[in-house]
Design a protein around this ligand. Sequence first.
Ligand SMILES: NC(=O)C1=CN([C@@H]2O[C@H](COP(=O)(O)OP(=O)(O)OC[C@H]3O[C@@H](n4cnc5c(N)ncnc54)[C@H](OP(=O)(O)O)[C@@H]3O)[C@@H](O)[C@H]2O)C=CC1
Ligand SMILES: CC(C)(CO)C(=O)C(=O)O
Length: 333
Amino acid sequence: MNTDRPIGIAGAGSIGCFVGGMLAASGRRVALLARPRVIQEIATSGLRVTNFDGSERTVPTDRLTLSDDPSIFSDAQMVLVTVKSADTGEMADLVARHAPSDAIVVSLQNGVGNVPLLRERLPGRSVLGGMVPFNVVALGDGRFHRSTSGDIVIARDAAGTSALSVPGLAVRATDDIDGVQWGKLIVNLNNALNALSNIPLRQQLAQRNWRRLLADQMAEGMVAVRAEGIAPVSPTPLPSSWMPPLLRLPDGLFEMLLGRTMKIDPEARSSMWEDLQRGRRTEIDYLQGVITAIADRRGLDAPLSRRVIQLIHQAEADGKGSPGLTPEQIRAA
Ligand SMILES: NC(=O)C1=CN([C@@H]2O[C@H](COP(=O)(O)OP(=O)(O)OC[C@H]3O[C@@H](n4cnc5c(N)ncnc54)[C@H](OP(=O)(O)O)[C@@H]3O)[C@@H](O)[C@H]2O)C=CC1
Ligand SMILES: CC(C)(CO)C(=O)C(=O)O
């Protein structure tokens, strides 16, 4: 593949700026399609990508094009879709109009509906599913910090994986991207709990009552997913079915296990928490909403997911950021 054609980032926020920054830092040409406020921030402070292990990569400005004009995709070899799920349809239409027809489109989004939607809006193009297991926090002043561990996974395609894997950003290929995205959806059921808690992920996961609530929600989610005949593939080193019992372990045992399998910075929080704080619409309908839709279709009960959806919608409507609830308040809501 000709690596001198740029890699387009369709919606440069937390994930887009981090992934785009890492690719540019390794010499790839990168075209970031961003909002004016993000362009302004990077134009003023530069783009810095930092990592949970303390490392930092310098992003050379000559490898970056930054614009709110989608015509920057006109010679893209690949376009990485990094908008929130509600914006996927609109972004697909921009890609259809502006990116060359041979550009590979990769969704690096959470949820299981983005790839089918991109394929529907981009007929005849190569659209690959992807999964980002790690968290990125936008720390301001152009700094995008990766705060948890894990490698990106994308559907097997020689050109896609080789263009994206660079030092510090490993990309693995899978033959079962659907299973991987469903497995990530199960993990992402915590996005809403973390958003409602108003505490960092590490602090939340250190408390057994939060873990029990998450375990109950995951178990409920897995019943629905399995009823669809889907076998979720865990994005962590531990199988999805082990997660609920492991989450219920006492604090000391769980802490030891977590420390051996994942790195989580003290400031890491879910992307849904960031949405609530910024007064943006969340992805709740694309995460817990998928579980309740299956439950409705199959006559299953999914009371925890329903409760969490209601609380997130309430927080969106209130527009005051995270309500800072306890697990007991969520269960009783
Ligand atoms: N953040 C994280 O740690 C993780 C996120 N993910 C997933 O990755 C995806 C992206 O998340 P994240 O990076 O957090 O999202 P962000 O909201 O930080 O980034 C998306 C950016 O795209 C912008 N955007 C939307 N439409 C356009 C457009 N037409 N032109 C230019 N810019 C546009 C948004 O602006 P605006 O807000 O103004 O619409 C926003 O700045 C989501 O599906 C998320 O669930 C997966 C793993 C971890
Ligand atoms: C926190 C993380 C990495 C996993 O749940 C995530 O996917 C998100 O913040 O959207």
